[in-house]
Design a binder for this molecule. Structure first.
Ligand code: NAD
Length: 457
């Protein structure tokens, strides 16, 4: 718990805003969460969490005394620190759309006043946006004072599905801006930096964890660190997928290859999983955003473009495997297992399942889809797709000619496949996440492995 409680406003109550609000309230600050969506605010006021994030409901409930939810910006007036956590979706050419950041800044401006207030940008934004927001505030805030109202960049590195662990026990905290403002941030985050808070039941402190490294830098470098980090992780996944394709052709096994190269400390085993490719709200958007920043400066970024191209090709790799076995998809029933872009989230943004369902339908297949968590959301957001929603895995597999495992939910990892296979019409499984580890009574195709599982060696 902090010895120096502050008043904080968090603007945007999506994946990042909710994680930020929960963390800051947990370490002892008083937080107001602000969103333009009345629906979200009403849910939060009723004690419900609008997104699926493991443990978040418990953590928010445990700190509700220090949390207020509202659609009004009035509380910005008394806030010492104001976090901007709104979306920055990609425009048609990959350039991030800053309209939500700009509108948040415009609505913050009238509430800046005589006391020191730090405006912290947590949204992922093009390099230079911090300066731009500073200028917007300068031009539009009647009470603006450049000594007291400073913009800081504090990029977010949480991963959906493990957001609490990532927020409470980060590898590093990146802070960019004027040293005076960074001092206020150091006070705000003191319990996090020193790890003096009591670990919540929903997110126990990992045994080996000590404390985060704080990186104090400039606005521009902080903004670049976020983009470069995401681009590098995306690159790693595309690299694994590119090597996986060659593994299939030369008889090597990507799982063993990835372990073998990842054990080199300079490389690391994480983010070397071959599969359906990356998805989600960040990797595609941020790699495209970086390329677009390069374009603006007449600077090509061929490695990043290749990472995107390989990721797109990976969807086709899955369809090709299916076509090789079934020859045609016309009249075939194909089941897609997993719709969320990764397990433990309901986020459907840029999910591989979206592209696969679209393509399967175009090729004449009758598509059934299942997801343990994201189906209600898909029913709202994927109304333009043609597929049948399955009520259970058993229902999903019933009379299917083939199954594609697209998201590695633990429900699918632990499935009694042989029992479920009995209801299928065909016996083909495209395991696009390489989760089937024991031989089953079906033809299983995986990514980057020459022979189907069970037929190896
Ligand atoms: P999100 O879409 O889940 O949430 C954004 C929220 O902002 C929405 O609830 C929206 O209603 C609200 N909003 C928009 N304009 C507003 C305004 N003017 N005032 C108040 N509220 C407003 O987005 P997210 O996934 O939380 O991402 C937010 C930012 O953080 C993005 O820039 C993203 O790239 C970055 N980021 C996301 C993740 C992630 O895993 N989701 C991780 C790191 C960084």
């Amino acid at each position: 718990m902090t010895k120096d409680p502050m008043t904080v406003a968090v603007i945007g109550t999506g994946y990042v805003g909710l994680g930020t609000a929960a963390l800051l309230a947990h370490i002892g600050h008083t937080v107001t969460g602000i969103d333009i969506s009345e629906e979200k605010i009403n849910l939060l006021r009723a004690g419900q969490v609008p997104i699926h994030e493991p443990g978040l409901d418990d953590l928010l409930a445990s700190v509700q005394d220090r949390l207020t939810w509202t659609t009004s910006y009035d509380s910005v007036h008394t806030a010492d620190v104001i976090f901007i956590c709104v979306g920055t979706p990609p425009g048609p050419d990959g350039t991030p759309d800053l309209q939500y950041v700009v509108s948040a800044a415009a609505r913050i401006a009238p509430h800046l006043n005589g006391h020191a207030q730090v405006i912290v940008n947590k949204s992922t934004v093009p390099i230079g946006t911090g300066d731009y927001v500073q200028r917007l505030l300068e031009d539009h805030a009647p009470g603006y004072d450049h000594e007291r109202h400073r913009v800081v960049s504090n990029p977010e590195f949480l991963r959906e599905g493990t957001a609490l662990q990532d927020s409470l026990y980060p590898d590093r905290i990146v802070l960019g801006g004027h040293p005076d403002a960074l001092q206020i941030m150091a006070r705000l985050y003191a319990p996090l930096i020193e790890q003096t808070f009591t670990a919540p039941a929903a997110a126990p402190r990992p045994e080996t964890y000590t404390r985060p490294t704080v990186v104090n830098t400039t606005l521009q470098s902080a903004e670049m660190i976020k983009y470069a980090a995401n681009a590098f992780l995306a690159l790693k996944i595309s690299f694994a997928n590119e090597i996986a394709g060659l593994c299939e052709r030369v008889g090597a096994d990507i799982e063993e290859v990835a372990t073998g190269i990842g054990l080199d400390g300079r490389i690391g085993t994480r983010f070397l999983n071959a599969g359906a490719g990356w998805g989600g709200s960040c990797f595609g958007k941020d790699t495209a955003g970086l390329i677009s920043a390069g374009r603006e400066h007449g600077y090509d970024m061929p490695i990043l473009q290749a990472a995107i191209d390989i990721n797109t090709r990976q969807r086709q790799v899955i369809i090709d495997k299916l076509m090789r076995q079934l020859r045609t998809l016309k009249g075939k029933r194909v089941t897609v297992l997993g719709m969320a872009f990764k397990p433990d989230t309901d986020d459907l943004r840029d999910a591989p399942a979206h592209d696969l369902i679209t393509r399967l339908h175009q090729l004449g297949a009758t598509v059934t889809a299942h997801d343990p968590i994201a189906m209600p959301r898909a029913a709202r957001e994927w109304t333009h797709l043609t597929y049948r929603e399955a009520s259970s895995v058993q229902d999903a597999l019933h009379r299917a000619d083939a199954v594609i495992i697209v998201t590695e939910w633990s429900d699918y990892r632990t499935l009694d496949w042989n029992a479920h296979l009995k209801g299928m019409r065909g016996r083909l499984i495209i395991d696009a996440r390489n989760i089937i580890r024991t031989p089953i009574d079906a033809h299983v195709e995986q990514i980057g492995r020459e022979a189907p599982v069970g037929e190896r060696r």
